[in-house]
Design a protein around this ligand. Structure first.
Ligand code: SAH
Length: 464
């Protein structure tokens, strides 16, 4: 699958500066399922073309379980059009290869960013659903593009008729940033076999890339629907946002995010401490049990020491968020080899958890009913038996210092209990004793004389 962008702007070599890619260099970027290559078939003052060539590996796609194509017949996962057509992979490739230009930045020649240039774009090949030619025109023509389409027949030798594949030529005089944002949104709109899952993140991307043109596009509803693959609730939310922004809402969002920031600082400290303690143990293979949205996983991935990282959570929703945070679908294959994410409950014995050097259980136990803790204890300490377990939980005594908390309430609506230091230490000592671990305690956050620190930490070492 090949996309070329050509300009006859004078000097046409400005395209290289704008794209932040040197015309003499052949460059490649990793995608989750292959590579994208960037090169210039032509570069002169009069005319410059840049090409983005997608090299999708269908086997990689099968392995990653990302193959939505060819559903319904078993070979379909190997025999499909993904490697050959422009799809949502193209959007990922565009945003990876040309991120600077897409964000409207150009360090070398900032004045170029707002210059309208004559562009010709060729995409070979583009799949389109029934009535594809009309749809393609409905998408691009309102934005001012001159559209030329060539529909491919299925096979020249046989009379099989026309395929759903087109070669598309577009012409327009606009800024490069506008051009790239149009392509980023509209290519996957034509191809409903989106390879990555759809989430809130997708709405944000759509709104960001559609800024300045999508709200006034006559087909904004169709584009939004198809971009979000007809997921109704997401589409509705995106349409609402495309409408007038409610001022009040924006303000309250800002306040909320301020509050969030404050809260995060304690959580960030907590995660930083857990990371440091994990590093100190020399662990190479680590578990993050109840990983939630994957903050710790992200930090672990940055450290080369950790060769194998596992995130487990009972909540599919949290795992989805973790994938977003980690840019799972765009993660380079080498990195991806180091990390596994799966759904599982800490109250059921699980072979997948055996044989690890260390486990982190950060702010998880208080989400379980107290009478289920015995199961967690056996699953983690008796069966999985990592050499080190680093476990954190709130210190209930500290709660009286939180200004907004009512007396006797807990920090989170899903908390089933919050323990005093004595309660936690008694539990932890017993767990250690029964399972041949030693435990030491750390406190985390600002320590107050009478009540201790907001978070308590137990570090369990096997057999020592
Ligand atoms: N460790 C993360 C998330 C803490 S929130 C962090 O510090 O950011 C608690 C998490 O524990 C939630 O994501 C919840 O889904 C998960 N959880 C609750 N009960 C669980 C169980 N029985 N097994 C596995 N995970 C569980």
């Amino acid at each position: 699958m090949l996309l070329t962008i050509t300009t006859t702007h004078k000097p046409a070599t400005d395209l290289g500066f704008l794209l932040h890619k040197h015309p003499d260099k052949f460059q490649s970027v990793d995608l989750s399922v292959g590579e994208a290559h960037i090169f210039y078939p032509e570069s002169s003052e009069d005319k410059t073309s840049v090409a983005l060539l997608l090299d999708i590996d269908p086997i990689d796609m099968v392995r990653g379980g990302k193959n939505f194509s060819g559903k319904g017949f078993s070979l379909g996962q190997y025999v499909n059009d993904r490697p050959y057509v422009a799809s949502s992979f193209m959007s990922v490739a565009l945003s990876k290869a040309f991120s600077t230009a897409m964000n409207g930045k150009c360090a070398a020649k900032p004045e170029l960013v707002n210059v309208n240039m004559p562009f010709e774009v060729k995409i070979a090949v583009l799949p389109a659903p029934k009535g594809g030619d009309i749809l393609i025109r409905r998408l691009f023509e309102p934005l001012g593009y001159k559209v030329e389409l060539k529909r491919h027949i299925l096979d020249e030798k046989f009379n099989w008729g026309e395929s759903k594949y087109f070669t598309l030529k577009l012409e327009h005089t606009i800024t490069l940033q506008e051009l790239l944002s149009h392509l980023y949104v509209l290519i996957p709109v034509l191809d409903n076999d989106k390879h990555y899952f759809i989430s809130q993140n997708e709405i944000d991307k759509l709104l960001e890339k559609g800024k300045g043109w999508l709200p006034s596009h006559p087909e904004k509803e169709l584009i939004t629907q198809r971009y979000l693959i007809y997921l109704r609730s997401l589409t509705r939310r995106a349409m609402e946002k495309l409408g007038e922004e409610d001022e009040k809402e924006t303000i309250s969002e800002e306040i909320n995010s301020e509050e969030k920031k404050k809260k995060q600082t304690l959580h960030d400290k907590r995660l930083a401490l857990v990371l440091e303690e994990l590093k100190k143990t020399g662990a190479k293979r680590v578990l993050d049990l109840g990983c939630g949205e994957g903050k710790l996983l992200k930090m672990l991935l940055k450290e080369k020491q950790f060769e194998e990282i596992v995130g487990m959570d009972v909540s599919y929703h949290e795992l989805t968020k973790a994938k977003e945070r980690l840019y799972w679908e765009e993660m380079a294959p080498r990195k991806k080899e180091r990390i596994k994410l799966f759904q599982g409950a800490l109250t059921y014995k699980d072979k997948r958890l055996e044989g690890y050097d260390a486990a982190a259980i950060v702010e998880v136990i208080e989400h379980l009913d107290e009478d289920r803790l015995i199961s967690l204890e056996r699953v983690v300490f008796e069966f999985a038996q990592p050499k080190t377990v680093i476990l954190t939980t709130p210190n209930a005594e500290f709660n009286e210092l939180f200004e907004n908390m009512e007396a006797g309430s807990m920090r989170h609506s899903d908390h089933r209990f919050e323990w005093t230091r004595k309660e936690f230490e008694t539990w932890a000592q017993r767990v250690a004793q029964r399972n041949d671990y030693k435990v030491k305690f750390l406190s985390l956050g600002e320590e107050e004389k009478k009540v201790g620190s907001p978070t308590q930490v137990g570090i369990f070492s096997y057999g020592s």
